[in-house]
Design a protein around this ligand. Structure first.
Ligand code: NAP
Length: 313
């Protein structure tokens, strides 16, 4: 039988959990669907220094646990699973959990976040999980005392390189320009770290590796200098891609307005989408800042807007 809720929150990053805190306190008795990897991108971030309330800094998983516990404490109901289908054509909205359980919701807050992007090199998927990864915090430990390379020049790449430099004998950064995109504080740390070498103006071409039966192993990364056009293969045991993210918005296509990259379009400062009663918060609607604290704040905004919407309708 279908379940009817006043507010359905889809997603369990800082935006979703904060929306849970605000809508619970507004007595909307929200149901929050956590997905199968609760906590979002912060759970794969090792050190976080810029989330307020943690004077010494903390780790992503600890911060996410704290926000989750706070949402539980004020009464947010949480459930593991995936929303597989939504129908926003009329209100109340119809959503499917794991393809079998129907949830009818008076308001919906979409906080599905974003996933790491892959470069698309010819051999990338073949070696994925065998030395090619998008998560240094998850997989770095397999490369203790080995050589790795991080691809990218943003905050994630810089943080990943710093994290790996503590485990690996040597870490390369392959960046396509002659300047990093990441914050100055991280840039300085990276450039001062002895076992990090930056290959500027360099793009990845392909993964080099070997396969014996089912065993696959990365042995290098083929790269090209975009100025000299020279190609070389750097000997590495692991390749970490950190080239940005893609919003998780596929199931809302055709129902919610999006930009060409798939970010849900919201009215500035409100979280309102083109469908009255459906709000979006966090990275799925933020192509610009993509910070945990901003995601949390937008979850608060969406929560307040959802409760106002219900009062007015
Ligand atoms: P990002 O800022 O979009 O940086 C992606 C990097 O990958 C850029 O340097 C880009 O090069 C490079 N790149 C993109 N496509 C590429 C391709 N096909 N081949 C080679 N290189 C490619 O992504 P991010 O580092 O994941 O950061 C995402 C957001 O999260 C940012 O807003 C960031 O500030 C935030 N973040 C914050 C923290 C923190 O505050 N502690 C930590 C992690 C992330 P170009 O520079 O040439 O474009």
């Amino acid at each position: 039988m279908a379940e009817h809720v006043k507010c359905l929150i889809i997603g369990s990053g800082p935006a979703g959990y904060t929306a849970g805190i605000y809508t619970s306190r507004a007595d909307l008795k929200p149901l929050l669907i956590e997905g199968y990897q609760p906590g979002g991108q912060l759970t794969i971030t090792n050190e976080v220094e810029n989330f307020p309330g943690y004077p010494e800094g903390s780790s992503g998983p600890i911060i996410m646990d704290d926000i989750r516990n706070q949402a539980l404490h004020v009464g947010t109901e949480m459930r593991t699973g995936m929303i597989t289908k939504v129908d926003f054509s009329s209100r109340p909205f119809h959503c499917m959990l794991d393809g079998e359980q129907e949830i009818i919701a008076d308001t919906v807050i979409v906080a599905t976040g974003a996933n790491a992007r892959w470069i698309g090199m010819p051999s990338e998927q073949k070696f994925r999980g065998f030395g090619v990864s998008t998560c240094a915090t998850c997989d770095g430990n397999f490369f203790r005392n080995k050589t790795t390379v991080v691809i990218g020049g943003g905050d994630t790449a810089l943080e990943d390189a710093l994290y790996l430099s503590q485990l690996c004998t040597k870490v390369y950064i392959v960046h396509r320009r002659d300047q990093f995109r990441g914050t100055m504080a991280l840039q300085k740390q990276v450039l001062q770290t002895e076992n990090i070498e930056v290959l500027w103006n360099t793009v990845p071409v392909d993964i080099v590796g070997e396969q014996k039966g089912f065993i696959k192993k990365v042995t290098g990364l083929q790269v090209k200098n975009v100025q000299s056009q020279e190609e070389q293969t750097i000997a590495v045991d692991g390749v970490f891609e950190a080239i940005g993210v893609t919003p998780v918005s596929e199931i809302f296509k055709g129902q919610l307005d999006m930009n060409e990259q798939g970010y849900i379009i919201t009215q500035p400062g409100t979280g309102r989408t083109n469908v009255p009663g459906v709000f979006a918060a966090g990275d799925v609607q933020d192509p610009v800042y993509r910070q945990a604290i901003i995601a949390a704040a937008s979850g608060a905004v969406a929560g307040i807007e959802a409760s106002r919407f219900l009062l007015e309708n």
